[in-house]
Design a protein around this ligand. Sequence first.
Ligand code: PGA
Length: 252
Amino acid sequence: MALRKLVAGNWKMHGLSSDLDQVRAIAAESRDYPNVDVALCVPAILIERAARTVPGFAIGGQDVHHSGKGAHTGCISALMLLDAGASLTIVGHSERRDAQRESNEEVKAKAETALSVGLDVILCLGESLEVRESGGAVDTVAAQLDGSLPDSLGGEAGLAIAYEPIWAIGTGTIPTVAEIGEMHAAIRRKLVERYGEDGATVRILYGGSVKASNAGEIFAITDVDGALVGGASLKAADFIPIVAAAAAAVEG
Ligand code: PGA
């Protein structure tokens, strides 16, 4: 079953007021591709302004706390994201799993908390270069799924998975088409095993050095239902051609 593609930008720690022009341009130009869902996950402090700038366009966070509220200095809750105008959030990005030592268990709790307030979730997974080279990539990602998938899916299409091999993030190197295909098929099997038929409706995004020049071949792979894009999502001129490639893949 071909799912509607989602192309989400992850601005990471980039984005000031002056970049709202790019949010505006991306939202406006995305309208030319109504068969693709487009979202931008911006720094938390920019969410409210971005959401006000482009009403109706999906603005998301990049992380959320696993608790609903409480004494967690400096943290941001799911309701706060929603209140600021976000409709989705990333959880479990490898940069946070690494730098903030986030465990699968914590990522799972974050996903469940976000889904429970009605945010859509992009849950990230992916193996290191060492694991890829040792032949353990599929098993490692399967273990991450076992540990971090929420117990139940939030509403229809509330959850998306982003397969992001760590060695492909920001490096310009991407896995082969066969490697992406093998991994996405393995993720799909796991999702169906876990959620039954509903597992077939969870979008599986690829992330890691996606750009206009490789997006077409990535989107043509079975079970690639979109992309999570870092560096190439900061400027409309780089990002919109990726959205266009997703639209072209849908049209076949
Ligand atoms: P990149 O980042 O597109 O810059 O490789 C992707 C990501 O980390 O989500």
